[in-house]
Design a protein around this ligand. Sequence first.
Ligand code: GLA
Length: 406
Amino acid sequence: MTDQDGTGPVSTGTDGAVHEAVTKGYESVYGTAPQVVWQAPGRVNVIGEHTDYNDGFMLPIALPHATRLAASLRGDGVLRLHSAQSPDSSGITELALSDLVPGSVPGWAAYPAGVVWALRDAGHDVPGADLYFDSDVPVGAGLSSSAALECAVAAAYNDLCGLGLTPTQLALLSQHAENVFVGVPCGILDQLASSCCEEGAALFVDVRSIDPAEGRTRQVPLDLAGAGLVLLVIDTQVKHAHADGAYAERRRGCEKAAAILGLPALRDLPYAGLDAALERLPDDGLRALVRHIVTEDARVEQVTALLDAGELRAIGPLLTEGHASMRDDYRISCAETDLAVDTAVAAGALGARMTGGGFGGSIIALVEKAGAEAVAAAVTSAFAVQGWTGPRAFTAVPSAGARRLE
Ligand code: GLA
């Protein structure tokens, strides 16, 4: 399977080569060498969608695609930002730390600026900095390009300022930045994946117990290649406009249902009690939301148990069931993701589902290595028949979370 996602020049090569390319980019913008180079990845979620803000379970992996950040501190209270992907690629966004308040920064710069604000809001008296970003995480594809930006900044500041924060704490800080500074009501899935994933593993997350020292949230070894399998990511290249409002609406619906049931969160509704609980809810869409969340939490636990047992192929049907649940109960899929999933399964995938927030973005398909090209080609043909552009397919290799490049 070839990588067809149009990744930029920094995506390939050794750490040294990437470090050199990003350092050169920084130097061409700021005229001096950076103090550090960090990277933080995008993610795909294997299973566990919209469960994070219901205090439930998720199982993401980090992608090889990452935001690279070259950074140096400044002593004059100014934050300067430059992105190699910005349409105005010669431009530098310059912000005074004293002006950083929620909602004050438009566009992509809100994510890194929000992290600096969140650090200061948490009582860390961090200075300004010169930041240079170069990312190959596809934007708008449901692969967490925003979390990659945030987590790169959080990790670089942690290093530069010697803050001693753990990857989990950096993820929480990044989520706080997105929730409050940017104003997006996301859960913790994307930031935890970008900060805490490890190479060769999926991250089982229990939102009630995210500190790895407690032993609940943990790395689950995932050797796809060793099992002769490929996890294909197929980006439909579609993002429907109403996604943000629909996300917030689903979240409010879950909170309302939990309140009616007298529960702190839907995670507290056991699978065995689902049918009885549904009868206590009005039949105005809330029942379907609850059914998705409770069955999805159960699927995360089942998939994790199968991976623990080395039964990788057996997770396929659970992935496809998860898609049906998002399509029929949570109602967050769309024609493009449904066609991609149905076509992948018909072409021999062991299982497939939309990944991420929904209303477009990417699907994942678990396929035998020998069949990967055929599955990707089948989805491409099906899209062509509809007259739709794309999709772009690549292989998801479970990769490391945020790390420093030398
Ligand atoms: C988006 C959000 C996450 C999570 C997923 C759905 O990616 O940022 O917090 O809710 O959607 O699982």
